[in-house]
Design a protein around this ligand. Structure first.
Ligand SMILES: Nc1ncnc2c1ncn2[C@@H]1O[C@H](COP(=O)(O)OP(=O)(O)OP(=O)(O)O)[C@@H](O)[C@H]1O
Length: 553
């Protein structure tokens, strides 16, 4: 919250102007009604014409000032809010972007609600949480001091009414627990997102109707909670208005009594009553301050929960080539996983080596590649690149040394060319066409690509990703099951191309295919998060261990 106040205060000129305009608007509203009361009372006593003229002139002045200051208040306070929201958005995205990779455990719908809904929620912070109490305080102070000139009893009555409407009703009588609608909205967005993402599979499995029913039940529940919350807000709003009315009635009675006993000039009675009726206009919005304050606090909590996940990155830069990567007793456990994905794994990768990682599904092959790519941080053990701990090397520095082709590669909407240039911005059209040819992808550079490569077949996606791999200049290739969607002959061609192009590079490749593994310098067999065998094809065959068994299955 303090950070939010500091952000708003960055725009202090506008904040002060909005407060000034709001106070003038509040005071002139009171003055306008007070003046009307005085004018009516004075007119009844038939004073000289110039008195009526002066009072009417003041009335006009207050009327014009009230409208102008109200307009200025709205204009400036909304300008403050929009600037504030844009600062919040910028700050939030700046914190969020570098850690996009650690956000994958958030469900898409939840992330969407936080990024849009929670940021939007903060727009109420200035307009409905910070601002109304300030204005109300100024207006109340002036009105209470002013009414002291007429009678301390009337001042006291106004003070009691103000305390009741601004403190007792919102903070004591109508204090609400945590709003459940926020949680329901989150669940609703999560389910709706999954429903739309998985609609095809839901239809194919005849689950779409039951899911839609679940969705509408959740929607109904959310609607009911929101209705309940709005009812509560309205009730507290209503109570404030009732107290305001009751106070004004009391002011009438006390004023009438004081007039009858000669302690108050009757000409001021209408003025005081109208002051009392108007001053509570500033008090009514106070009923909602704690509700919006709570919404703001919850939104800030949810936004902080994402941005506080920021993991520190290393700062060192890798000098020269990657000469070797040493993994010693490395373990890794995914958050909330019951068993480690990797357990005391050791491996020494020398520059120029071609290493194939094989093993049954789920044994930790991809996790090992993710550690090498610095996508995740080991739980224990040591990983050194050359002589430096991988955690101390900046991710950017690691990425400049490596080219990757993973199981799922992302393609952006654009063209073949724009997706290739990501790997090497300076590549000429000839170079791009050359890699397309090597990747056996018959496409023109300007052919369009839809979001996520939606208009490419599985095999085309792999060939485009392979072309990207070839294009990037790097000394380490990390490849995860590259050609699973291709026909056998194309797979063989690309496999040979990979070896030719990587002649001087270090390659770590995960594969399920056991064909042609003799082209690798070493084959490492993994089982339950550990490397259980490592050697050349010949050595492993002669050893008649797991690799040999897999070949003979
Ligand atoms: N994000 C994750 N959160 C929790 N557990 C995960 C996550 N990703 C993988 N795992 C678990 O970690 C283990 C190793 O997964 P990994 O993807 O490394 O296996 P793999 O050998 O590459 O499998 P495959 O050959 O099927 O691709 C598996 O038990 C898997 O369920």
């Amino acid at each position: 919250m303090q950070e939010l106040v500091a952000m708003i205060w960055q725009d202090k000129k506008d904040v002060l102007l909005a407060l000034l305009a709001g106070t003038i608007s509040g005071l002139t509203a009171v003055a306008l009604f007070a003046q009307s009361g005085l004018l009516i009372s004075k007119a009844a006593l038939m004073p000289p014409f110039y008195i009526i003229l002066i009072l009417t002139a003041f009335l006009k002045l207050f009327g014009v000032t009230k409208s102008a200051s109200k307009y200025a208040e709205r204009y400036i306070s909304h300008r403050v809010t929009f600037k504030f929201i844009s600062i919040v958005r910028m700050k939030f995205f700046k914190k969020l972007l570098p850690q996009a990779h650690v956000l994958n455990h958030y469900k898409s719908g939840d992330l969407l609600t936080r990024i849009t809904g929670d940021v939007e929620q903060l727009q109420n912070f200035f307009l409905r949480v910070l601002y109304p109490p300030f204005i109300a305080l100024f207006v109340f102070m002036v009105v209470i001091l002013f009414s002291l000139f007429f009678s301390p009893w009337i001042s006291l009555l106004l003070l009691i009414g103000i305390v009741l409407t601004s403190i007792v009703v919102p903070y004591i009588l109508f204090r609400r627990p945590y709003s459940t609608s926020t949680l329901e909205k989150k669940e609703l967005t999560i389910l709706a997102t999954e429903y739309f993402y998985g609609y095809r599979d839901l239809v194919l499995h005849h689950q779409n109707e039951s899911k839609a029913e679940e969705l509408s039940a959740l929607y109904k529940g959310y609607g009911n909670s929101r209705r309940k919350e709005l009812d509560q807000e309205q009730t507290s709003y209503l109570w404030n208005q009732l107290i305001a009315l009751f106070t004004s009635f009391s002011v009438v009675f006390v004023g009438a009594y004081l007039t009858s006993v000669g302690q108050l000039d009757g000409v001021y009675l209408a003025l005081i009553v109208l002051i009392s009726l108007t001053v509570f206009e500033s008090a009514v919005p106070l009923a909602l301050v704690p509700i919006f304050a709570r919404h703001t606090k919850n939104a800030v909590g949810r936004l902080e929960a994402i941005t506080s996940k920021n993991e520190s990155d290393g700062t060192q830069h890798l000098k020269g080539f990657i000469q070797q990567i040493q993994l010693h007793d490395v373990s890794y456990s995914y958050p909330a996983a019951t068993r480690p994905a990797l357990e005391k794994l050791s491996l020494n990768i020398q520059a120029g080596e071609k290493i194939a990682i094989i093993g049954p599904s789920g044994c930790g092959k991809t996790t090992l590649l993710q550690l090498l790519m610095k996508e995740i941080k080991r739980t224990s053990g040591v990983i050194r690149v050359n002589t430096t701990d991988i955690n101390d090397i900046s991710s950017q520095s690691m990425y400049t040394h490596m080219s990757t082709m993973l199981q799922h590669n992302h393609f952006f909407s654009g063209t073949i060319k724009s997706n290739l240039l990501m790997a090497n911005e300076e590549a000429s059209d000839e170079a791009l066409q050359e890699v397309l040819k090597k990747a056996q992808l018959i496409k023109n550079l300007e052919d369009p690509i839809f979001e996520k490569g939606g208009n490419l077949s599985g095999g085309e996606k792999q060939r485009l990703a392979f072309a990207r791999l070839l294009l990037k200049e790097s000394d380490l290739w990390i490849v995860d099951e590259p050609f699973t969607s291709l026909d056998v002959s194309t797979e063989k061609i690309l496999f040979n191309t990979l070896h030719e192009e990587a002649a001087n590079k270090t390659v770590v490749m995960v594969t399920h295919s056991l064909a042609d593994l003799d082209q690798f310098d070493r084959i490492c067999v993994m089982l339950r998060g550990q490397i259980v065998e490592c050697g050349t094809h010949q050595q492993l065959v002669e050893g008649k261990g797991l690799y040999w068994e897999m070949l003979n299955q």
